[in-house]
Design a protein around this ligand. Structure first.
Ligand SMILES: Cc1cc2nc3c(=O)[nH]c(=O)nc-3n(C[C@H](O)[C@H](O)[C@H](O)COP(=O)(O)O)c2cc1C
Length: 332
């Protein structure tokens, strides 16, 4: 209700500024926001999720808005992508609204304040939501050396995260998606598994690890990635990040902006990748579906296609925060 009054004002200013103002207002006025609690517990990756709707990575990159976001009823919140060192990301403007498609193009480029800053923001346990921390590599770390950044991230967030996701699928860090090739991914996940075993020995417990992939994979790469997830004991797949494909928006004046497309325009693509991975993973590794979900019906459809959980980002911007409750209550 309140969001429908604010939306025309927010949509009249630069998209990134609107993001920042909305999140700041949510945090500042959180005592006025009623606490949404939707209990529909679901066990995934060995964790009990209060409900199946999560916030996708990228909205709260530094975990600075958890006090406000935690009032909206999410069963889980994924913060980040965070890198070992702080970095500025690409020059602004870097978020563009494609309003008639209820979609966004962004080329943020992992702007974040670094993993140490993020860790200082986190509330202790117990928390009323599951907390995922999404880690990536710095722009100036060569792709051949990416493992070293993921290793640092993993070691730093291991204690505080409920699960950790590896982002190898942003289109806005040059070369990052090369890590999805079979050889590179095999080496990366091998290294991650070694680090994980060491952390397990050191702390005497295991933390689930998820891999977040792009939607722009060909149907031959999907079974190969599925195989590697098994081989390296990855606990979940997050499908998908934004797309570089512009087919669904090709007549839009902003279609040529470089970056990743998210929102309803990537719906079909995200569904297709979900179905392909579901075939390849055969229910043995859970899938978190993300990409274009903006209604309870679409979320339910993703569960029917084999997803265990769903995440939203762009839908939240177009539909407002009530979307979290709407989906969480409706889906089963
Ligand atoms: C402005 C913006 C920034 C994003 N930043 C990240 C990020 O830092 N890390 C990440 O894994 N995904 C990031 N994403 C991708 C989302 O998490 C999600 O995978 C994608 O937007 C598809 O979901 P949606 O259609 O519900 O937005 C970002 C998306 C947007 C729109």
């Amino acid at each position: 209700m309140l969001y429908s009054l604010l939306k025309p004002i927010l949509f009249s200013v630069d998209a990134e500024l609107a993001h920042e103002v909305s999140l700041e207002m949510l945090n500042q006025f959180r005592s006025l926001v009623p606490q949404a609690r939707i209990k529909k517990p679901k066990q995934v990756m060995g964790i009990e999720f209060p409900n199946s709707v999560g916030l996708a990575a990228g909205l709260d990159k530094n975990a600075e808005y958890l006090p406000g976001l935690s009032k909206l009823g999410f069963g889980f919140i994924e913060v980040g992508t965070v890198t070992p060192q702080a970095q500025d990301g690409n020059p602004r403007p870097r978020i563009f609204r494609l309003i008639r498609h209820r979609s966004i193009i962004n080329r943020m480029g992992f702007n974040n304040k670094g993993v140490d800053h993020l860790l200082q923001q986190l509330p202790g346990r117990p928390r009323p939501y599951v907390l995922g921390i999404n880690i990536g590599k710095n722009l100036n770390t060569p792709v051949d050396n990416a493992l070293s950044d993921y290793r640092t991230g993993l070691q730093k967030v291991y204690l505080q995260a409920d699960y950790i996701s590896l982002n190898i699928s942003s289109p806005n860090t040059p070369g990052l998606r090369k890590l999805q090739s079979e050889t590179a991914l095999d080496a990366l996940l091998h290294g991650i598994h070694e680090t994980r075993k060491a952390l397990q020995d050191q702390h005497q417990f295991d933390r689930p690890i998820a891999l977040k992939i792009a939607p722009d994979l060909d149907d031959k790469t999907i079974p190969a990635i599925a195989e590697l997830l098994h081989k390296h004991h990855i606990d979940a797949l997050i499908a998908t990040n934004t797309t570089v494909d512009r087919q669904s928006v090709d007549r839009h004046p902003l279609a040529a902006e470089s970056g990743g497309l998210s929102g309803e325009a990537m719906n079909e693509k995200s569904r297709h990748v979900l179905s392909q991975f579901q075939l390849a993973l055969k229910d043995e590794i859970p899938i978190i579906s993300v990409g274009g979900i903006s209604s309870a019906a679409e979320a339910q459809r993703r569960l029917e296609l084999g997803a265990s959980l769903v995440q939203i980002y762009t839908g939240l911007i177009y539909q407002g925060p009530g979307l979290v409750r709407e989906i969480a209550r409706a889906i089963s």
